[in-house]
Ligand binder design. Structure first.
Ligand SMILES: C[S@@+](CC[C@H](N)C(=O)[O-])C[C@H]1O[C@@H](n2cnc3c(N)ncnc32)[C@H](O)[C@@H]1O
Length: 281
């Protein structure tokens, strides 16, 4: 029986069937995904689904839910289907032009929030949806925040997020540090650059196939963007924090030392992975 042809079927039953289908499709959190999608179609939050558990699902809701469920069965990320992703205190608009912000990137934001001096001017390189820059502008309103982005599509998403959230970030289309690639413009640089190695393409979960390749992959060892970024930042700014992939921290720390950062530290994410490398001069 299809979900769309399930007249009289309750929310609870529809959710159970949907979760089963998503589980069979290999989704990691099938019940949660089903709840988020049904809640969207029913125009309620997840708590609202509990209240309606024994109520039949309206035909209109069942039809739209069936369409979203089919997309998720094809492993399209929930964030793209909903067009939204929460990051720190922000509800960001996302679509296939930008990387979906990840929880581990909070480690990068926390490093900047804790270490940057009041009033510091900080540049987010490769801003994507604007996640890092906007979180800093939101949580440290004393900072002057700028952001660069090489992808025009991603930059449009970031600008739209800033406008909707009412947060001030100076966005610039450009490569690496953009026009600010000279001493005295920025006090600090933060970046979550692409860092997945090309060799891992195709071996990762199907959801990543929906995200922009330019936001994920960076050459044979994943360091093709980080390698030019470090000396460019070192020539201009005394503080650089980079998010890196599992196992990349020692190599990135070495690159920072070679570029002139005297003190290099590493922060672990909640999973205990060395996630952020910080260079200080
Ligand atoms: C891993 S995503 C990070 C997006 C966002 N900062 C986040 O943390 O969710 C990397 C971003 O860097 C951008 N990018 C890649 N190479 C770049 C370059 N050379 N200069 C500027 N941006 C670049 C990509 O288009 C992508 O949006």
């Amino acid at each position: 029986m299809t979900l769309a042809a399930s007249a009289g079927v309750t929310h609870r039953e529809v959710l159970a069937r949907a979760a089963e289908r998503l589980g069979a499709a290999g989704c990691e959190t099938p019940r949660l995904d089903a709840e988020l999608l049904l809640a969207r179609c029913a125009g309620v939050d997840r708590a609202g689904l509990v209240v309606r558990a024994r109520d039949p699902v309206a035909d209109r809701v069942a039809d739209s839910f069936a369409a979203l469920l089919a997309r998720r069965e094809r492993r399209e990320p929930v964030a793209y289907i909903l067009g939204r992703k929460g990051f720190r205190h922000l509800d960001l608009g996302v679509d296939a032009r930008v990387l979906i912000p990840r929880p581990e990137t909070e480690t990068l934001v926390e490093a900047a929030i804790e270490e940057l001096l009041p009033g510091a001017r900080v540049l987010d390189v490769g801003t994507g949806s604007g996640a890092v820059a906007l979180a800093l502008a939101d949580e440290r309103p004393d900072l002057e925040v700028g952001a660069t982005e090489a992808s025009p599509g991603a930059l449009a998403v970031a600008r739209a997020n800033a406008e909707r959230l009412g947060l001030a970030v100076a966005f610039e289309a450009g490569d690496l540090l953009g026009a600010g690639a000279e001493p005295g413009v920025w006090d600090a640089v933060v970046s979550n650059p692409p860092y997945v190695s090309e060799g891992d393409r195709g071996e990762l979960e199907p959801e990543l196939g929906y995200e922009p390749g330019a936001a994920l992959y960076a050459g044979p060892d994943g360091l093709d963007v980080i390698r030019p970024l470090i000396p460019a930042a070192a020539a201009c700014t005394p503080w650089l924090a980079l998010e890196v992939g599992a196992g990349q921290a020692p190599a990135v720390a070495g690159l920072m030392r070679a570029a002139g950062y005297a003190t290099v530290g590493v922060r672990k994410d909640l999973a205990g992975i060395e996630r952020v490398v910080i260079g200080r001069r």
